[in-house]
Design a protein around this ligand. Structure first.
Ligand code: RB5
Length: 145
């Protein structure tokens, strides 16, 4: 399952991304925000990250103005690995090496064409595992000690 959320700044790009996914027959649940009124990005990052952290295999897409605040807030959740991606390369590496389960993007940084390419790469690239699994395991603090 794909879940998506944005603040007001990310709303236009989230709509474009959801439309892109729908055109490919990919279902995604929109967790808000739903209109242009000003909201606080952590509220939506935490709502989405809680879903991903619940462990049912959901993959998240978070969009704010820069993607920075969304990634900071989402990464406070245990088991959430949110990656701020700017291009197809960072999206591919976020999956192959970091097993990212939340994609963060900046609507004031990216045009819709690049964002849609990022989403496609992120959703289709598998985690490599191996040595990267050990490293990803060490991201959680108690496992790194
Ligand atoms: C909202 O103006 C903006 O601060 C927010 O969308 C995001 O860029 C924060 O990281």
């Amino acid at each position: 399952m794909i879940v998506a959320a944005s603040d007001h700044a990310g709303l236009p790009l989230k709509r474009a991304v959801l439309g892109h996914l729908a055109s490919k027959g990919i279902d995604a649940e929109d967790l808000g925000t739903f209109d242009e009124s000003s909201v606080d990005y952590p509220d939506f990052a935490h709502r989405l990250a809680a879903r991903v952290a619940a462990g049912d295999g959901a993959v998240g897409i978070l969009i704010c103005g820069t993607g920075i605040g969304m990634s900071m807030a989402a990464n406070r959740h245990r088991g959430v690995r949110a990656a701020l991606c700017h291009d197809a390369y960072t999206a591919e590496m976020a999956r192959r090496h970091n097993d990212a389960n939340v994609l963060c993007m900046g609507a004031r940084v990216l045009g819709p064409g690049v964002a849609e390419q990022i989403v496609d790469v992120f959703l289709s690239t598998p985690f490599e595992g191996g040595r990267h699994a050990r490293r990803v395991g060490k991201i959680e603090l108690e496992e790194a000690r």
